[in-house]
Design a protein around this ligand. Structure first.
Ligand code: NAD
Length: 313
């Protein structure tokens, strides 16, 4: 039988790419409920879906910040049966915290963290009753490790990761093995990256001191595009990885980024990643010696059979 897949945030980026990929599956294994907050933005998805529209792909309204919209959407699906939930909708926020309002920060938490909680409160009871289901969550490498000027975004993804780590234990009881997967992309070239950069460029920095404002504009924003150009994956690449059968609990999609996240597992004290990130940003010349120290530490750890975490594929 076809598996019903509900995906959030399908008007662009990873959600759109994944919805189309699943809907065009040659073996027609999936019925995709591609949801978005604002149906006025459905045209790119309709165009990309082509002939699968109305057959293996249906577009529905769903705002992850609105419980009623989630309920209405789930109720409209035959028998409310969702075999796979892909929690993808999300938003970014960059800049010095002095220049962000608490309201802006709450919107990020409300979308990225409580958005997931709302979905699960509506969908998980049915999955538990049926003792089947798969939950895929688009987290981020920033759910493992924070980076400069992404404080609140990283906090929202850390919240997602802690929540899922706890929940996965309970779900293993219901599903007999873990059916919850965190997908952790590094930089992906999507609307997300464009919006976040544009908002950063427009940001009123008057509340920040001169050094912080300078650091944000002349170091962070200046290198932003280049980081996405050199390390960025496409939404289609990420969608391909999400499709893999039985993904592990954590799955980093970007091998170019893995050395950064490995720093966290290499040093349980947590000083190493902070030191390396600091040197990368502020002392380019020292990064070579820092890298050597890192390699030495890795060798020392591997001699002690320290688990550096699963390599990503
Ligand atoms: P994107 O901006 O193209 O897609 C995000 C989608 O979420 C948009 O379609 C947006 O309209 C939707 N959305 C926002 N608020 C919503 C709400 N309240 N209800 C429903 N939909 C809402 O960006 P993307 O890169 O495809 O992002 C998808 C996911 O991937 C996000 O969770 C993001 O945090 C994560 N991610 C992105 C990157 C990156 O570099 N682009 C890296 C790691 C993780």
């Amino acid at each position: 039988a076809r598996r019903n897949v509900l995906i959030t945030g399908c008007s662009s980026g990873i959600g759109l790419a994944l919805a189309v990929k699943l809907a065009k599956d040659e073996q027609k294994r999936f019925k995709v409920y591609a949801t978005m907050r604002n149906l006025a933005k459905k045209q790119p998805l309709e165009e990309a879906a082509g002939h699968s529209l109305g057959k293996t792909l249906e577009i529905k309204q769903l705002d992850v910040c609105d419980e009623q919209s989630i309920k209405t959407c789930v109720n409209s699906i035959p028998d409310r049966r969702i075999d796979v939930l892909v929690s993808n909708a999300g938003m970014g926020l960059i800049g010095p915290i002095e220049c962000q309002t608490i309201e802006e920060m709450k919107t990020v938490m409300d979308t990225n963290f409580f958005g997931l909680v709302r979905l699960l409160k509506e969908i998980l009871p049915d999955m538990k009753r049926r003792k089947s289901g798969h939950i895929v969550i688009i987290s981020s490498v920033m759910g493992i490790q924070g980076i400069l000027f992404n404080d609140v975004y990283a906090a929202s993804k850390f919240a997602v990761e802690g929540f899922c780590e706890s929940l996965a234990i309970q779900l293993t009881f219901f599903f007999f093995f873990n059916r919850l997967s965190l997908i952790e992309p590094g930089p992906v070239v999507t609307e997300f990256e464009r919006k976040v950069f544009e908002d950063g460029m427009k940001m009123d920095l008057s509340a920040a001191d001169e050094e912080t404002a300078e650091m944000f504009t002349n170091i962070y924003l200046k290198n932003y595009k280049q980081i996405f150009q050199s390390l960025g994956q496409s939404a289609e690449d990420v969608a391909e990885i999400i499709l893999a059968e039985n993904p592990p609990f954590r799955h980093q999609t970007n091998t170019l980024y893995t050395p950064m996240t490995t720093l966290k597992y290499a040093d349980p004290n947590g000083d190493l990643p902070i030191d390396i990130f600091y040197k990368m940003v502020f002392q380019h010349d020292k990064i070579f010696s820092a890298s050597l120290n890192f390699i030495k530490l890795l060798r020392w750890r591997s001699r002690k059979s320290f688990d550096l975490g699963k390599p990503s594929q």
